[in-house]
Structures are given as structure tokens and as C-alpha cells.
Design a protein around this ligand. Structure first.
Ligand code: 2AL
Length: 253
């Protein structure tokens, strides 16, 4: 099967980290197709960055509409429901995937993320996903996303220290990493902390494989039906939803 792993920010080096993590867990026979968004912010750290990232995400899905599944590799899960509207295969967001994985293996988890403003966005996600009973706390490290890649930033040690506080102060049994740029940290952190550490990229890839193996695709009834065909004006005219009235009906459609 083919899983397209989309980094909705425009930093190719971060996509390389994400791709390595995804390939390390992919089953034999799963092809990971990593893609860096062609437009938008170099890092996604707020609502505006997220909103602007959705065009690049949509482009990445539309240029390969026959992938078996898609992973949105940014912890804000930007454009998740819009992506599910246009895609036929399952679309997994790394935050949603990581929180579900954590809820299966611990009764309480903490999320350790980047900036304070991103921490607040992750709290919205916890509520949107109904994870309030599982997520004990969302913690910020005040590390900007791109500094995760800078060796001199000391980010590993800062993240480790925040995870240690989470285990002691929150009583959490597992840690969820709150940024795709942390996808290379879970082995290091697990070794130091002695609790499960969940990176959403790997969790999303494995959930995507499971859903595809089960023959499950995105429901096309209700609000995840393909977007209604209509003109879009101005800069977004190229993104007008196509007319699908002659498309073959899907088995579960
Ligand atoms: C992210 C992420 O995963 N990638 C990015 O650019 N921003 N999210 C975050 N919480 O820092």
C-alpha cells in the first residue's frame, strides 16, 4: 500500500526526519511517500500558519488522489476534516493518532510540545477529540519548531526535562510528543524516562496501515462527502471543487 506522509510546513529537512520515522515502522510492502508542502510557512506555530498551510496540504492530496492513505504530519492536524472531504482513503492527523495510541496504553498522558501558543492549540485539540479524560496536561517547552533541528539549541535536554516533570507532577503514564519535528526523539526519551513515548507520525502510519488492511476508507456520507461543486473566485479559483456527478459511485458511498 502507498501512504502519503505530508509535512504541511515548507521545511524539507523536517520532512526528512518525518520520512525516516515513518519508514522505520512501515510494514514490508508499505510505500511511504513523503512530501513537503510547496507553499506556506517554514514552521506551523499558530492558527494563521495552520490556516495558510491548508492550500499546500490540499495540493499534496490532489496531486496523488489514489494513495491508499494520507498522514498530516503536523501536530495541529491542520485541515484534517477538509482533507477527509477531498480524499477517498483514510486521512490521519498525527495529534489525533498519538492521543488515541496513548489512551490505549496508559490511563493518563501528557503532551509535550513546542511554544506556549502551540500548547493552547493542542488543548483545543484535546477537547475536540474528546480526550479530556485521558490527557492530564499539555506542556510547552518554549522551543520554536525549527530550533528542534539546531544542535546548539539543547532541545533534547529541555524536552527530556519537561517529560520528567510531566511524569512526576501530572502522574502521567505516557508522553505524547507535540510536534512532527520531534519524530526522531522517542527512542532517546523512552530510554531515559522508562515510560512509553508516542510520536504521532509513527502512530498515524500504523493506524493508516490498519485501516487500509481492514478495507476502511473515509465515509462519503454526511459532512465528509466530497465538497460541493461550485466556482471559487480570485486567488483560490484553481481550488474549486470539481464536478463529481459523473464519477462512479463508491461501494460504501
Ligand atoms: C508543528 C509541527 O508538528 N510541525 C510544525 O511546523 N509545527 N506543531 C507544533 N506543535 O509545533
Amino acid at each position: 500500500m502507498k501512504i502519503k506522509v505530508i509535512n504541511p510546513n515548507t521545511t524539507a529537512s523536517m520532512t526528512a526526519t518525518i520520512a525516516a520515522a515513518a519508514r522505520a515502522v512501515a510494514a514490508p510492502g508499505t510505500e511511504i511517500v513523503p512530501i513537503t508542502s510547496r507553499c506556506g510557512a517554514v514552521s506551523i506555530e499558530g492558527h494563521y500558519d495552520e490556516a495558510m498551510s491548508i492550500v499546500g496540504l490540499v495540493e499534496a492530496i490532489n496531486e496523488d488522489p489514489v494513495a491508499d492513505a494520507y498522514v498530516i504530519a503536523c501536530f495541529g492536524d491542520p485541515g484534517l476534516l477538509a482533507a477527509r472531504e477531498i480524499a477517498t482513503g483514510p486521512v490521519l492527523g498525527i495529534a489525533e493518532a498519538a492521543m488515541h495510541a496513548a489512551s490505549f496504553i496508559a490511563t493518563g498522558f501528557s503532551i509535550v510540545t513546542t511554544l506556549e501558543r502551540t500548547r493552547i492549540i493542542a488543548e483545543h485539540l484535546v477537547r475536540n477529540y474528546g480526550m479530556e479524560h485521558h490527557c492530564r496536561r499539555v506542556r510547552a517547552t518554549d522551543i520554536p519548531v525549527l530550533e528542534l533541528e539546531a544542535p546548539e539549541s539543547n532541545s533534547r535536554k529541555l524536552i527530556l526535562a519537561e517529560c520528567e516533570r510531566a511524569i512526576v507532577e501530572d502522574g502521567s503514564g505516557a508522553i505524547v510528543l507535540g510536534c512532527a519535528g520531534m519524530a526522531d526523539l522517542n527512542a532517546y526519551l523512552e530510554d531515559k524516562l522508562g515510560v512509553p513515548v508516542i510520536d504521532g507520525v509513527t502512530a498515524a502510519v500504523k493506524f493508516a496501515e490498519a485501516l487500509v488492511s481492514l478495507g476502511l476508507r473515509t465515509s462519503k456520507r454526511g459532512d465528509l462527502a466530497y465538497p460541493l461543486h461550485k466556482p471559487y473566485k480570485g486567488t483560490l479559483s484553481a481550488y474549486a471543487p470539481p464536478d463529481r456527478s459523473h464519477a462512479p459511485r463508491r461501494k460504501h458511498g
